[in-house]
Write a protein that binds this ligand. Structure first.
Ligand SMILES: NC(=O)c1ccc[n+]([C@@H]2O[C@H](COP(=O)([O-])OP(=O)(O)OC[C@H]3O[C@@H](n4cnc5c(N)ncnc54)[C@H](O)[C@@H]3O)[C@@H](O)[C@H]2O)c1
Length: 317
């Protein structure tokens, strides 16, 4: 390993997450190899990247013209991902969450020079499992972004048992340079930090809806205008300090015992899935999106989130 500055990044996969991840690195002044398997998905990825940059410009969130940022991105369509990564100091795999697809990529990247950091955006696999038995496991780690990756600031860094502190430190420095808020997961466990917390909340959300305690619409208002309103700027630990740890302990003691301890998704949620009500992508989920394209709905969501990003950056900086 080395402390060599990371100047070139390769992102493998140009789907939902890959495109947003490319944008952050290119905005930070890094050269980015944007690697897809097929020319068609590469073209779609580049088109989405351009549209996302235009929206960032509209919200005054870019330090440079979109063209200058795009000029640092090298789109590559190839079936030889490892060859395309040649010259990169940091490689991030963002392909589908399928072990048998990801593993061959890690096997091929194992041969890269040892000062190159190799990462996965996996959301559910531990890096112990994904990199087990590889020769250079020590420079491999997980870098878990949140969707939409070009907007949500946090990124979880998670390790396998052999990942070096140096690899973690260099990755953290790179993510900070890319304007992200990296956090390190200290133990190898499924769901890392945030998917465990959202899972805990979703379980109770399902419970409240199943029991007719609240409508989906009021539930969204309640969360956004209370807990959610506070969380963007005051984390749970800061909030507990504000509430008083004695009060927090008493409330937990009273409430924990009446919370759902379900181990499966709620029957109502499963029925919706069986009816094909999958959310924005099928035109109906908890809300009805009929009459709007997926792009139109996503555009509205992104605009709401970009206002939030501008505010978050103004508070953080
Ligand atoms: N979608 C999310 O909300 C989200 C959030 C956090 C993490 N993740 C994780 O990010 C990863 C990617 O998820 P996604 O939603 O972007 O998937 P996606 O299906 O949108 O994109 C994956 C892309 O990888 C391409 N691909 C497949 N094999 C390839 C190869 N060998 N070389 C180059 N490209 C290849 C596919 O053609 C596709 O374009 C997964 O591990 C997922 O668990 C997803």
């Amino acid at each position: 390993m080395s402390n060599k500055e990371i100047k070139t990044v390769a992102v493998i996969g140009t789907g939902t997450m890959g495109v947003g991840i490319v944008q952050g690195f290119a905005e930070a002044g890094l050269a980015v190899k944007m690697i897809a398997r097929r020319q068609e998905s590469l073209d779609q990825g580049v088109a989405l990247l351009k549209a996302n940059l235009a929206l960032f410009k509209e919200f005054n969130l870019l330090k440079e013209a979109p063209e200058a940022i795009l000029a640092r991105v090298e789109p590559i369509a190839t079936t030889d991902q490892a060859a395309a990564c040649k010259g990169a100091d940091f490689v991030l795999e963002t392909i589908q969450e399928v072990y048998d697809m990801k593993r061959p990529i890690f096997e091929a990247l194992d041969a890269m020079p040892e000062d190159v950091i190799i990462a996965s955006n996996t959301s559910s696999m531990t890096m112990d499992k994904l990199t087990d038995g590889l020769k250079t496991q020590h420079r491999m780690l997980g870098v878990h972004y949140f969707n939409p990756a070009h907007i949500i600031p946090a990124v979880e860094i998670h390790k396998n048992a052999k990942t070096t502190q140096e690899a973690v430190d260099r990755t953290k420095a790179l993510l900070l340079k890319a304007g992200k808020k990296p956090v390190v997961v200290l133990k190898s466990l499924p769901g890392f930090i945030i998917n465990r917390l959202t899972g805990a909340m979703e379980r109770e959300v399902d419970n409240l809806l199943d029991n007719g305690v609240v409508t989906p619409e009021d539930l969204d208002i309640a969360v956004r205008a209370s807990y959610g309103f506070r969380l963007a700027n005051l984390g749970p630990m800061e909030a507990e300090d504000m509430i008083g740890l004695d009060t927090a302990a008493r409330v937990s003691g009273n409430v924990f015992k009446v919370l759902s301890n379900a181990t499966e998704a709620s029957p109502d949620l499963i029925k919706k899935v069986e009816r094909g009500e999958l959310g924005i992508k099928s035109g109906k989920g908890w809300y009805d999106y009929s009459g709007q394209t997926r792009e139109q709905v996503n555009d509205k969501i992104n605009r709401r989130l970009l206002k939030q990003l501008a505010l978050f950056r103004s508070v953080e900086n």
